[in-house]
Design a protein. Sequence first.
Length: 259
Amino acid sequence: MYKRAEYFHILDRWVTQGINVTRAVHRGLWLGFLDGPALNQATAIKYSNWDKYQSSAYNLSGLAHWEQAVLERFFGDCRSILLGGAGGGREILGLLERGYQVDAFECNQKLVESCSQLLASQEASASVIQSTPDQVPETLGRYDGLIVGWGTYMHIPGRDARIHFLQAFRQHVFPGGPILLSFFTRDPTSRHYHWVYQIAHRLRRLRRSAYPLELGDDLDGTFDHHFTESEIAEELHAGEFEMVHFSNTPYGHAVARAI
């Protein structure tokens, strides 16, 4: 009886490792074949078919406890906030409930439509405008604070593109104003990201792709870059922000102030 239980654990480890390797190979292959606009399109398709982010139940659920804590600690002096990557409207409504004046933009047309419908049904004093992927609309004004909607920042493929986004976003906040980013983090010792990177890197070299690949890039339905603390700090600094807070619990997030 003891031997059979022991065999189970041995086989279970093999199966788990096999699944992890298969997942890494699958994602690495597709990251090798998809790059640039194709990755944005893959992310858009996933969100367009993701019922959760278009549901009233989710978008009326309010801000998470960690989001509320960040607002209380770093956004106490803010009255106006620009929200990038508004999704289906959860954060807009949550911010309005806390008394902020909110303007927002979103690149996914289906989410813009569902968000607009929800805001209208709630008679909310805010609207969301359509943007292009990885870009900040130039027509917006200046605000006391900035928020990049949950997960939006990690969906931007490429460090240079993310820094360009931050630099454009920086133009819409007063000096010293806070910015909140949220993202997935990674364990630098994880083999998964090394496997994905090596496979995708070789394929892109064979294709002579002009788009850079980074350790931490992944493709789990959406394109996601998984960050380390130093990567976030460096990108924020290049985007003209100084990081003042970093946490990987319960989700990765960072706060910085405009230089």
